[in-house]
Design a protein around this ligand. Structure first.
Ligand code: SF4
Length: 329
């Protein structure tokens, strides 16, 4: 290498991102990983994998810059609430800014041509490269020989001959490479992003349909991770803790303006009604809370209702839970 070449890679911590970093490092390039964090994907896996290959890792939260993609992603959603094309684009655009500010020579990712039908076919990879604004400085080391040559290759910063031509959904080539690099443990490929989780996506879809983007707070997204969610009316959503862990998590997420129900005489769930409108009729929520308590069917259940007007005691009747099924998100 003529100079000290530095590359910045989107690093999810999956095997492909590890291999992409190692392929470049083998050429003597100084590689650094970058992981973006939101309430939907954490840096945990990336941190573990980076530590395993001694890769310096930059961790950045970009939730505020991400939220608009939950409402109207220009390239649409995948199977669930995952705006993968726009998510990649945003990650690359933001990574490009860091690359320029911190003096990296180019960007790289562990993407493989043909690996995912929606976001990693050749057309999507080319589109993403072009639309990110950094197409001529974006390298995919695992599939580079199948893609057009980019500037760092032309300038001799990267040796194209030592890059790869992996394509498709098979993992055989990656496994062989992993063995060659002595990687014995690495995370499984799928999972990690809540936006591809069907249950979470259903709750998120309901949230964005009922809450304008300007009013969406990080707390609203954190609430989606806990409890059963019931949509009682356009302005009323009720969250019922399923167990002690849910109840504790929900407790931490309560904010002024919420209404909160707790059973008194019988063990029961913590019930949170986020930003309950002052005029809201909470009768159904009270019955819902009583019905998820351990009181016998038909028994009256005393509850505390804490809200804008202070705390009151209220009674609801334990009913059959099945009647709430169609309101469950
Ligand atoms: S799976 Fe999640 S993190 Fe990955 S690109 Fe899609 S939306 Fe982004």
């Amino acid at each position: 290498m003529m100079k000290n070449v530095k590359a910045l890679g989107l690093f999810s911590g999956g095997l492909d991102s590890m291999l992409a970093a190692l392929v470049l490092r083998e050429q003597g390039i100084q590689v650094t990983g970058l992981v973006w964090v939101t309430p939907f994907f954490t840096s945990e896996k990336a941190e573990e994998s980076a530590a395993a290959i001694e890769l310096p890792l930059i961790i950045e939260d970009f939730t505020d810059r991400y939220l608009h993609l939950l409402y109207e992603p220009p390239h649409g959603f995948g199977k669930w609430m995952n705006p993968c094309v726009d998510c990649h684009l945003l990650m690359l655009r933001e990574a490009g800014k860091i690359m320029e500010a911190a003096g990296f020579d180019f960007l790289f990712t562990g993407e493989v041509v043909g690996q995912r039908p929606f976001s990693q076919n050749k057309g999507s990879l080319n589109l993403i490269a072009k639309k990110s604004g950094y197409g001529d400085r974006l390298l995919r080391p695992l599939s580079a020989k199948l893609l057009k040559m980019i500037r760092p290759e032309q300038e001799g910063l990267v040796d194209r001959d030592r890059l790869l031509n992996i394509s498709g959904r098979g993992r055989k080539r990656q496994m062989e490479l992993a063995a060659r690099y002595g990687l014995t443990s690495y995370p499984v490929p799928a999972g990690g992003c809540l936006l591809t989780n069907p249950g979470f996506s259903a709750r998120l879809r309901d949230l964005v349909q009922h809450l304008p983007q300007a009013e969406l707070r990080r707390r609203d997204l954190e609430l989606l991770k806990w409890g059963r969610h019931f949509r009682l009316s356009p302005s009323l959503k009720v969250i019922v803790g399923r167990d002690e862990r849910d109840n504790e998590a929900l407790e931490r997420l309560i904010r002024p303006g919420d209404a909160v129900l707790r059973t008194l005489d019988y063990p029961g769930p913590l019930v949170v009604i986020p930003q309950a409108p002052p005029e809201a009729d909470l009768t159904t929520a009270v019955v819902l809370c009583a019905s998820y308590s351990s009181a016998p069917l038909g028994e009256p259940v005393d509850l505390t209702l804490a809200g804008r007007a202070g705390e009151t005691i209220i009674t609801g009747q334990r009913g059959p839970r099945e009647v709430f099924q169609e309101m469950l998100l």
